[in-house]
Design a protein around this ligand. Structure first.
Ligand code: RIB
Length: 289
C-alpha cells in the first residue's frame, strides 16, 4: 500500500520546557527541577508524527529569523518532512512556555510569532493541498488561512482532518467541509453540537485510549497500551499524525495505531523528541501491552 500524501498546515514553535514537582498556584513561586528547549508546535508535531509513522508529509507553516529558526527547520527535515512550503518571516519564531509536573501533566502558553504571519496561501500551497490525500490542520495559525485550505481541499477531493486545538469556535460552514475532527474531552465538551455535521469524530481519552463516532452515529472505543507516563506534551499531536497515516484503512485500525503512537509519546520528555517511529509503534502493538 502506498504511503498517503499528507499536507500539514499549522504551527511550529520552540518549546521552553520547565519540569517541576508540582505546578505553582496563582501568585506562588516553586523551585523547578530542570529546563529544556525542544522543537514543538501542534502543526510541526503532527507533521513529524505522520512522517515517522510512515506517511509522506509536506509541512505548510512559518519560522522566524531568530536563533530558534534553524533548529525548527532541522527537526522537520531530520524527520523526513518536506519543507518546501516552510516560509521564513522576519521576526521571532513561535514559542511555547511549558511547565510539566511530576505526574506528567502540563500547562502551555503559546506566543505565535511567525505562525501569526500565516495569513494567506500561495499557488504552491494550494497545489500541495490539492495533490494531497489528506489535509491536516490545527488552530495555532490564523483561522481564515485554515478555512481557505479546507475549502480548497474539499474542491479537490482531499480528505480533511481538523484538530481544533487550542479550541475556539469555527463557522458551521467550515465544519461542513471537514471529514474527521480529532478532539480531546475538553474540546469535545466545548464544541458540542458544532461537531454534528462532521461525519467522523474522534475523541482522545488519554490513558483510556480513544473513541470514534461514525456517520451512522454509533460510538466505538479503542484502548491504548499501558505505559509509564513522563510527559503528555504532544501526545495528542502524535495520535493525530499517526491517525492520518492509517485513516484510509478504516477508523478501527487507524485508532488502534494512533493510540499506540500517542501512548509512546508520553514516555519521554518533550514534544517532538518523544514522537515514535513506525517500528516502535509496530512493536508495542505486537507486544499487545
Ligand atoms: O500540543 C503540544 C504543543 O502545543 C507544544 O509542542 C506547543 O508548542 C504547543 O503548540
Amino acid at each position: 500500500m502506498t504511503a498517503p500524501l499528507i499536507a500539514v498546515l499549522g504551527s511550529i514553535n520552540m518549546d521552553l520546557v520547565t519540569t517541576t514537582e508540582r505546578r505553582p498556584a496563582p501568585g506562588e513561586t516553586v523551585l523547578g527541577r530542570g529546563f529544556a528547549m525542544v522543537p514543538g508546535g501542534k502543526g510541526a508535531n503532527q507533521a513529524i508524527a505522520a512522517s515517522r509513522a510512515g506517511g509522506r508529509v509536506m509541512f505548510l507553516g512559518a519560522i522566524g529569523t531568530d536563533v530558534f529558526a534553524p533548529q525548527l527547520r532541522a527537526v522537520l527535515t531530520g524527520s523526513g518532512v518536506d519543507t518546501t512550503g516552510l516560509r521564513t518571516i522576519d521576526g521571532p519564531s513561535g514559542i511555547a512556555s511549558i511547565v510539566v509536573d511530576d505526574g506528567g501533566e502540563n500547562t502551555i502558553i503559546v506566543v505565535g510569532g511567525a505562525n501569526t504571519g500565516m495569513t494567506g496561501l500561495g499557488a504552491a500551497d494550494l497545489a500541495a493541498v490539492a495533490a494531497a490525500d489528506i489535509l491536516l490542520c490545527q488552530l495555532e495559525i490564523p483561522v481564515p488561512t485554515i478555512e481557505s485550505a479546507v475549502r480548497h481541499a474539499r474542491d479537490n477531493a482531499t480528505t480533511v482532518i481538523v484538530n481544533p486545538s487550542p479550541v475556539q469556535r469555527l463557522s458551521d460552514d467550515l465544519w461542513r467541509h471537514v471529514d474527521v475532527a480529532v478532539v480531546n474531552r475538553g474540546e469535545a465538551e466545548h464544541l458540542g453540537g458544532a461537531l454534528g455535521p462532521v461525519p467522523h469524530v474522534v475523541v482522545t481519552l488519554g490513558a483510556d485510549g480513544a473513541r470514534h463516532r461514525g456517520p451512522d452515529g454509533a460510538w466505538t472505543s479503542v484502548a491504548g497500551p499501558a505505559v509509564e507516563v513522563v510527559d503528555t506534551t504532544g501526545a495528542g499531536d502524535t495520535f493525530t499524525g499517526a491517525l492520518a497515516v492509517r485513516w484510509s484503512r478504516g477508523p478501527a485500525e487507524a485508532l488502534r495505531f494512533a493510540c499506540a503512537a500517542g501512548a509512546l509519546a508520553t514516555t519521554a520528555l518533550g514534544a517532538s523528541a518523544s514522537i515514535p517511529v513506525r517500528a516502535d509503534i509496530d512493536s508495542i502493538l505486537a507486544a499487545g501491552t
